[in-house]
Ligand binder design. Structure first.
Ligand SMILES: Cc1cc2nc3c(=O)[nH]c(=O)nc-3n(C[C@H](O)[C@H](O)[C@H](O)COP(=O)(O)OP(=O)(O)OC[C@H]3O[C@@H](n4cnc5c(N)ncnc54)[C@H](O)[C@@H]3O)c2cc1C
Length: 459
């Protein structure tokens, strides 16, 4: 094999995958395991391995924020976090790893849980939650049952291939997931997608956008930008095709302007195009357009993003959820307490408020939720402060659109809580000096924001 830059990249993918495996093995599972015997000592009933005042399910952005901040406010609170993974991997900004932007390796997105456990001093259990008995206040996990007084859910999303492709067998779903992963859930899927891009020859990359609610709505278009940046850098001939089941996508005007000016006609948007089948062997996607036209398109790399739904942990808790296919948790007014159970709270992508499903929102919500729980444990009540004008809470979500020079766009949301749910009002601003949506300053702000969020969770 000729050892040119492309072939070196192909080899590089192996070491990236090896990094994930070794991080998973050397992560904080030792600390996590250590929590179990301690918990066992406090178990009131023989079948419980522990009972805790507050149990958080999910050590992602929302769950870690709740645990960290509750400990900051009430250091003696007995908290247990249950997380199935050994290590944390960030989804925010991970598309820059796909685009191979300067300094953005897999290692830039992986953090070990030992840091926040040591700093804040909560208990930790590396285990998968398999059932929740709200009446008995017991959580069933792969390592045993755990009791709670207050439960916080931040389990994130799951994929809903079954709803989108009802005729597919389990084996076919697994095959497509292995070869054309969605990469909306942190971990090996991002490694597969990056490897597939490294190994591709000239040809097209297809990214699909599902209908309904899904995690980080601007993520597929940011990914299209970063794949185009990668192909340009590596001189790979072909297009990036973004097939959307609906007519639009988040920050559409800002993305289309940036794509045209940075990439010419390299990124093609196909609206109202529903993926109806995939053949991962011959590498073909069959689609159906809204007007009834059908077609088949070959691909070199496919990033099939199926419909999303709330993580099954929500169904295990048997809470009231929205009637749509996602199933967001119904909340008790403008709080992070669930409508169904005063002892169960929820944050992150599963909450039923009208605010964007983002890491920034999960971090904000986690802090509010920690305040609510602290007030409850102190015998009081916390409400979001009376709104100020301008609103002093919100979301900002950046998307990198260009490399060399790095340029990004953003959407901001002002949150308000005068009605029965917390709402977010979005705005996609332009750079005042250039009159364009994208700017180098926003790209710098993206990197600063990411460092700040990770420092808030881990430093
Ligand atoms: C490509 C991409 C780019 C993004 N970019 C941005 C961005 O620029 N800005 C931004 O603000 N947001 C961004 N996001 C969105 C952000 O990642 C999510 O909104 C955020 O992670 C939601 O937090 P969460 O706590 O709800 O879920 P997660 O962070 O996913 O955490 C859920 C945790 O629960 C654990 N879990 C699940 N089931 C179980 C179980 N049964 N037992 C035990 N543990 C379990 C999971 O392992 C996971 O650690 C992006 C997302 C993607 C995919």
């Amino acid at each position: 094999m000729e050892m040119n830059r492309r072939n070196l990249l192909k080899l590089g993918a192996v070491s990236a995958a090896a990094t994930v495996a070794s991080v998973a093995l050397t992560g904080c599972s030792k600390d996590a395991e250590a929590a179990a015997p301690e918990a066992a000592a406090a178990a009131p009933a023989a079948e419980l391995i522990g009972k805790h005042s507050v149990v958080v399910i999910g050590g992602g952005i929302g769950g870690l924020t709740v645990a960290n901040n509750l400990k900051k406010m009430r250091k003696d609170t007995d908290i247990l976090v249950i997380e199935k993974n050994d290590t944390f991997m960030s989804c925010p900004v991970s598309n820059t790893y796909i685009g191979k932007l300067k300094g953005m390796s897999l290692g830039s997105f992986i953090f070990d849980y030992a840091q926040p456990i040591e700093k804040h001093g909560y208990n930790w259990l590396t285990a998968e939650v398999q059932g929740i008995d709200r009446e008995a206040k017991v959580i069933h996990t792969t390592k045993g049952a755990v009791g709670y007084d207050i439960l916080v859910l931040s389990p994130g999303i799951a994929y809903n291939y079954e709803a989108q492709f009802p005729t597919w067998s389990k084996e076919k779903i697994a095959h497509v997931q292995r070869t054309a992963p969605a990469a909306l859930i942190p971990g090996h899927e991002h490694v597969i997608l990056e490897r597939n891009l490294n190994n591709m020859d000239d040809g097209d990359v297809i990214i699909t956008i599902p209908s309904g609610k899904f995690r980080c709505p601007p993520a597929p278009a940011e990914r299209a930008s970063m794949v185009a940046a990668f192909m340009k850098k590596e001189d790979i001939q072909g297009k990036v095709i973004m097939m959307a089941e609906g007519g639009g996508f988040a920050k559409k005007g800002a993305f289309l302007e940036s794509w045209k000016e940075i990439y010419g006609d390299k990124i093609v948007f196909m609206p109202n195009t529903k993926v109806v089948d995939v053949d991962p062997v011959t590498k073909k996607v069959t689609y159906e357009k809204k007007d009834g036209e059908t077609g088949t398109m070959g691909y070199q790399v496919l990033n099939l993003i199926p419909k999303n739904k709330a993580n099954p942990v929500v169904a295990m808790a048997d809470l009231e959820v929205s009637a749509d296919t996602f199933g967001k948790v119904a909340m008790a007014g403008c709080t992070f307490q669930t409508k169904s159970d005063a002892n169960v709270f929820a944050v992150g992508d599963v909450v039923g408020h009208a605010i964007p499903p983002s890491g920034q929102t999960a971090n904000w919500a986690g802090k509010q939720c920690a305040k609510e729980i602290a007030a409850r444990l102190d015998g009081g009540k916390y409400s979001l402060p009376v709104e100020k004008t301008p609103v002093n809470a919100g979301n900002v979500c950046y998307s990198m659109v260009g490399d060399n020079p790095e340029e990004a766009i953003m959407v901001t949301h002002d949150f308000s809580w005068t009605g029965s749910v917390i709402k977010g009002k979005g705005n996609v601003p332009k750079d005042a000096a250039s009159g364009k949506y994208r700017s180098k300053g926003t790209a710098k702000a993206l990197r600063d924001w990411y460092r700040g969020l990770m420092a808030d969770l881990f430093a």
